[in-house]
Design a protein around this ligand. Structure first.
Ligand code: AMP
Length: 114
């Protein structure tokens, strides 16, 4: 079993409700949803956070965002509006050290976030 939870999901070793299964990117439903749509979009390869993913510089971050939008389209929330969140660091609430975009929608969103 890999030490990283999301590496385990990407490898199919840990169960998840997968909604998008790409070559470099995979998306699955959050186990503790904070909105009627709450999907996590991750690269299959391990990067600890979005800055590390950006530094890789091979288009993977662009692909991740493009796929996050495709998830929003497939979930029917692209037109009503959705939020993409990268919690980065413990003070921001990051609890899993494998970069993940939260795609949230299907309910009114307030600002500032909690
Ligand atoms: P963050 O707190 O930004 O690091 O987000 C981690 C997210 O992963 C949280 O929203 C958790 O609910 C979610 N999560 C934790 N374990 C799993 C799992 N096994 N499958 C799907 N989502 C998970």
């Amino acid at each position: 079993m890999p030490e990283c939870l999301f590496c385990g999901i990407a490898a199919g070793e840990i169960p998840a409700t997968v909604v998008l299964d790409g070559k470099r990117v995979i998306a699955f439903r959050d186990v503790n949803p904070q909105a009627s749509t709450h999907v996590l979009v991750i690269p299959r390869d391990h990067y600890p956070n979005v800055a590390a993913l950006a530094s890789a510089g091979d288009g993977l971050l662009n692909e991740l965002i493009t796929e996050a939008h495709q998830v929003a389209v497939a979930e029917g929330i692209a037109d009503s509006g959705y939020r993409i969140v990268f919690n980065t660091g413990p003070g921001a609430g990051q609890t899993v050290g494998h970069v993940h975009a939260h795609v949230l929608g299907g309910r009114p969103m307030t600002w500032p976030p909690g």
